[in-house]
Design a protein around this ligand. Structure first.
Ligand code: ATP
Length: 245
């Protein structure tokens, strides 16, 4: 029998500024404990999908006008972003969005803002175990390299002890070597902590190397989905998303 997914996006439509229809009946499921990849070209609507889930759409005058989003069996569409974080969904934004005039440590503490427990210090040590470089770099986060900023953004998400992390293009701006390193840590975090991950990527190869399942979006809807292996073997995916390899 099929287990209910942790996150279920059902046939949503999203409109910006009351008129611009960007998602046109998008559906996807993310099983508990899984890494699922959401792939597609520039402008397909991947970031919009994540913002619809995290509630951040509102801050850009976007709205879910049809369909529903369920997390742990409960409707979350229309919920404010801070309440979504408290329910256990944390988004790592595209372009990192760390606070550049604070240190790494201060950024990590910010990630724990919704927590009232006393284990914050232990979790900072856990983040430093995953990303030892962050501990060495004690200066302002704005001076970190692109890869280090990405690591800090992921570390900050972990500080919220989320059930689910939404990641928007973690490979962006990173060298191939760093992409490998960051994705291998993403996989490790998923295994060690059981955090469910929805991963938006233009780098389909990297995303499918860690995901169990993937969805391909075009113009606001899913056009193809399958296991990572099925997608890697699909001729269209090879031609359009894996560089014809
Ligand atoms: P990218 O990789 O470039 O981020 P994407 O697949 O994530 O692409 P979105 O950023 O979700 O795509 O954008 C989908 C469409 O929605 C694009 O046509 C974009 O111009 C439009 N769009 C995005 N944000 C807004 C906004 N705040 N107001 C109006 N239109 C928007």
């Amino acid at each position: 029998p099929a287990v209910a997914p942790l996150l279920s996006v059902k046939n949503i439509e999203v409109v910006y500024d009351d008129v611009i229809l960007v998602l046109r009946g998008l559906s996807l499921d993310v099983p508990k404990g899984a890494i699922v990849a959401l792939l597609g070209a520039n402008g397909a609507g991947k970031s919009t999908t994540l913002k619809a889930i995290s509630g951040l759409l509102k801050t850009e005058d976007g709205e879910v006008t049809r369909g529903e989003i369920l997390f742990d069996g409960e409707r979350i569409d229309g919920t404010d972003p801070d309440k979504i974080v408290r329910r256990g969904i944390f988004q790592v934004m595209e372009g990192r969005r760390i606070v550049s005039d604070m240190t790494s440590l201060e950024n990590l503490r910010l990630g724990a803002f919704t927590r009232s427990d006393r284990n914050v210090a232990a979790d900072i040590d856990m983040v430093y175990d995953y990303f030892p470089r962050l501990k060495e770099r004690t200066g302002l986060a704005g001076y970190l390299s692109g890869g280090e900023q990405q690591m800090l953004a992921i570390g900050r998400a972990l500080m919220a002890r989320p059930k689910m992390i939404l990641m928007d293009e973690p490979s962006m701006g990173l060298s191939p070597l760093l992409v490998k390193e960051v994705f291998s840590i993403i996989k490790q975090i998923n295994r060690d902590l059981g955090v469910t991950i929805l991963l938006v990527e233009q780098n389909a190869r990297a995303a499918l190397s860690v995901a169990s399942h993937g969805y391909i979006m075009e113009q606001g809807k899913v056009v193809l989905d399958g296991t990572a292996d099925e997608l890697r073997d699909n001729e269209d995916v090879k031609e359009f998303y894996l560089g014809g390899a």
